[in-house]
Design a protein around this ligand. Structure first.
Ligand SMILES: Nc1nc2c(c(=O)[nH]1)N[C@H]1C(S)=C(S)[C@@H](COP(=O)(O)OP(=O)(O)OC[C@H]3O[C@@H](n4cnc5c(=O)[nH]c(N)nc54)[C@H](O)[C@@H]3O)O[C@H]1N2
Ligand SMILES: Nc1nc2c(c(=O)[nH]1)N[C@H]1C(S)=C(S)[C@@H](COP(=O)(O)OP(=O)(O)OC[C@H]3O[C@@H](n4cnc5c(=O)[nH]c(N)nc54)[C@H](O)[C@@H]3O)O[C@H]1N2
Ligand code: SF4
Ligand SMILES: [Mo]
Length: 704
């Protein structure tokens, strides 16, 4: 038995692991107590890495579909076919006729993360989609408009703050997002031990709300109103103070004028939070020695996600908590994507072009995932006719998944790069397998940039990958090269040279270069000499340097233009209908880990939570099954009555719905549940940003 080190790649907490090895066989997985950052923390999902890696359902060779049957083919044959078919579609119908969807695990693998920009550039299609627009896009839009860079995202300094205001996040279950902080429960406990306060704003009394000082139940989709009213209080009480950022900031007067239209009394009824509670919250936030407001999935995957994301940053800035210890801070990561993108001139852009069918704006070169289905199933010039999905399961993860499924079957050609034949990849013509887990090395390129301390850790693979499997970096680049060989992709020799150069260097060398040129002048060698990781110290204020001579915008025009839409909701009459929101559970990871028996055994995870009074009003009993119906679909699920959800709101987790023919996931199928995204609506988006508005979907609930 030997003890080896690795790092968990499942969620944003990036926990250090020790792995027991007996020769090549993997034994117990524990937290690494000597990881200076995660300090031994893990959650139950870490043990399931081996379940996925060793899953008999995992695809270990390229698979080609023949009718309803699947056949193994060689890599050469697979890449040749895919390149030829995708190039053919691009030659006949234009480059945008090939769509690309890139899913969430991409950001958990530096190999995938480094490959996708090369792949996207080489393919030269504007029909690009990713999990960004069903997730954090509003936060990125706020960063772009306020700081001039789409990935310059502030993170809450949880370890030093005195007041943590959390909107639409449940880190006790999710382990934190846009806030890498292994062992978040311990960190929140310590906040309270040092006399700090935690306030959670959520329509549901979540696991995080349970350990908070205060829980404010908010009506879904109204966070922007609450935030404006908090700003009202701050300005009204003369507490605005931008500190060192004052001389570098535009828009303070404009923001004051806007907030002045939203006194707490005006938003109380709509938000379902009393005006007194808003006054008190505003005063407490402003008078704490340091404070941070933080909004996550619930605050951004809703109708007013863009406004909410902007106002969260604005609230921190106006109270002097932006770029301050204990406030909302910026990292100095060892491999610095922000600096790299700045040097290459790619800070991001918004609204340079619009989607063909609905006219929604591009963001950073991507169109909203909520438009993918209509871009396939709406006739006309520029229709998407072939699709590459990479590390994504949009059938279960994007709004109105059932429509997307119907659209997928209309495509001329589909390639998926994935571990599994699942709800999305079962529609593919070709599935290319990939390495996973302890077969890979790991450096967390994305999440060390969002980490509440500056840290770095690199681990090597523990076991060789199966012989028929390749890494994501080589697969994506080889696929792009094959498309080009067949006359598809972006024109010009330069694109080909770049691709071949990157392919030759490989992801490991690219990462090493980024570390060497990064702010801490590290290298893979140095990291290998410190296998538990290196602590690079607490976050320090340095936004001024990050702005690089630009000014911070407190009241960007794109957000101001959206305010009328928000104000209009104040005069809408209240209904006594129900709205649907989502949730996450500790033992589940988006849509793709339900084939691990260890994680799904026990009581069913896919249960509708409903307030007892709402159930009584509909004549529903305390348990049993109910039918939930929205504009786009209807599902049947078990119900549990609980006053943890506020009246008028029902909650269902996403990522379930595995009872679909043709997917090869037997454990998941036996614990199928129903897909929340068969109810969410592709027409329900934040029309400012184009981000999916999963939360606040009107539904009816009846006895099944
Ligand atoms: N209603 C509702 N819907 C939601 C959300 C919500 O809160 N409510 N949350 C949204 C959010 S935040 C996100 S991020 C999205 C996620 O949306 P997606 O990224 O589309 O979906 P995932 O469930 O993460 O699926 C990941 C896929 O990648 C495969 N995979 C895993 N690891 C690898 C790898 O290393 N390489 C490759 N090539 N493939 C891999 C898995 O088998 C799976 O097929 O879902 C969104 N959907
Ligand atoms: N165990 C586990 N961990 C995960 C994941 C997982 O699937 N499982 N997914 C990972 C991913 S991809 C992400 S992006 C992160 C997300 O991490 P979080 O942002 O913490 O996500 P959730 O746990 O979905 O919390 C969202 C909360 O928003 C609330 N909410 C819904 N609508 C509204 C609203 O209108 N206003 C407010 N204020 N709140 C609202 C919901 O009730 C819910 O409690 O988690 C990551 N970690
Ligand atoms: S909290 Fe996240 S990173 Fe840590 S062990 Fe669990 S899934 Fe892995
Ligand atoms: Mo996400």
């Amino acid at each position: 038995m030997t003890q080896r080190l690795h790092t968990c790649m499942l969620c944003e907490a990036v926990c250090g692991l020790t792995v027991e090895m007996d020769g090549a066989s993997i034994g117990r997985v524990r937290g690494d107590p000597d990881d200076p950052f995660s300090q031994g923390h893990i959650c139950p999902k870490a043990a399931a890495i081996v379940d996925v890696q060793g899953d008999p359902a995992r695809i270990l060779e390229p698979q080609r579909r023949q009718g309803d049957r699947w056949q193994s083919v060689s890599w050469d044959e697979a890449l040749e076919e895919a390149g030829q078919r995708l190039a053919e579609v691009q030659r006949k119908h234009g480059r945008n006729a090939v769509g690309v969807y890139i899913g969430n695990p991409t950001v958990h693998s530096y190999s995938a993360l480094l490959a996708t920009p090369f792949f996207n550039r080489a393919m030269g299609t504007r029909s690009r989609f990713s999990a960004t627009s069903v997730d954090q896009l509003p936060h990125m839009l706020a960063a772009l408009e306020m700081f001039g860079h789409q990935v310059l995202l502030p993170v809450p300094d949880v370890d030093r703050t005195h007041f943590f205001l959390m909107l639409g996040a449940n880190p006790v279950a999710s382990n934190g997002s846009l806030m890498t902080a292994g062992g978040i429960s311990r960190r929140l406990e310590e906040l309270r031990k040092r006399g700090g306060k935690l306030v959670v704003v959520d329509p549901r009394r979540t696991e995080t709300a349970e350990i908070a000082d205060q829980h404010l139940a908010i009506r879904p989709g109204t966070d922007a109103l609450l935030l404006l009213a908090l700003l009202y209080v701050i300005f009204e009480e003369q507490r605005a103070n931008l500190r060192h950022l004052a001389a570098l900031t535009d828009g303070l007067d404009l923001l004051r004028e806007i907030a002045g239209r939203f006194p707490p009394e005006r938003v109380a009824e709509r938000t379902a939070i009393s005006s007194l509670a808003i006054w008190e919250l505003g005063r407490a936030f402003a008078s704490a020695p340091s404070a941070v407001a933080y909004g996550r999935v619930g605050a951004c995957t809703q109708q007013f996600g863009g406004l909410a994301a902007w106002l969260v940053v604005a609230l921190n800035a106006v109270t002097g908590n932006l770029d301050r210890e204990g406030g909302f801070m910026f990292t100095t990561p060892a491999a610095d994507l922000v600096a790299l993108a700045t040097r290459t001139g790619d800070r991001g852009h918004f609204g340079r072009w619009r989607s063909r069918v609905r006219g929604l704006p591009e963001f950073g070169g991507e169109l909203p995932a909520a438009t993918l289905a209509e871009e396939i199933d709406t006739e006309g010039d520029g229709r998407i006719r072939a699709l590459v999905t990479f590390a994504g399961n949009p059938v279960l993860s994007t709004p109105n998944g059932a429509r997307l499924e119907r659209a997928l079957s209309r495509l001329d050609y589909r390639v998926s790069i994935d571990l599994y034949r699942n709800e999305t990849t079962r529609h593919a013509d070709l599935i290319l397998p990939t390495s996973f887990g302890f077969e890979r090395d790991h450096y967390d390129l994305a999440f060390y940039a969002l980490s509440v301390r500056n840290v770095a850790r690199y681990v090597k693979p523990l076991v060789p990958r199966p012989p028929g499997v390749r890494g994501d970096f080589e697969t994506l680049l080889d696929l792009a090269l094959s498309v080009r060989r067949h006359g598809g992709g972006r024109k010009g020799a330069a694109a080909g040279v770049t691709l071949r150069a990157a392919r030759m260097l490989g992801e490991r060398r690219l990462l090493d270069l980024m570390l060497r040129f990064g702010p801490h002048r590290l290298s893979l060698r140095k990291l290998e000499q410190n296998p538990h990781g290196i602590d690079l110290g607490p976050l320090r204020p340095h936004l001024v340097a990050r702005l690089g001579g630009r000014r911070m915008q407190l009241a960007p025009a794109v957000f101001l233009r959206d305010l009328d839409r928000l104000t209009a909701t104040l005069s809408k009459p209240a209904t006594n209908g129900l709205v649907l929101i989502g949730r996450r559970a500790l033992r589940s990871n988006n849509s793709w880990m339900h084939n691990s028996l260890r994680l799904v055994k026990g009581p069913p995870g896919c249960v509708l939570l409903m307030h007892p009074e709402d159930a009584a009003a509909r004549g529903l009993g305390p348990d049993g099954r109910v039918r939930v119906t929205s504009r786009v679909g209807s599902v049947e699920v078990p119900v549990a009555l609980s006053d943890e959800v506020m009246k008028g709101v029902v909650s269902l987790p996403h990522g379930w719905g595995h009872a679909r023919d043709g997917a090869a996931l037997s454990v998941a199928a036996a614990h199928a549940g129903a897909s929340l995204n068969d109810l969410t609506d592709d027409h329900s988006v934040d029309s400012l940003s184009g981000n999916a508005a999963f939360n606040g979907i009107p539904v009816t609930v009846t006895r099944a």
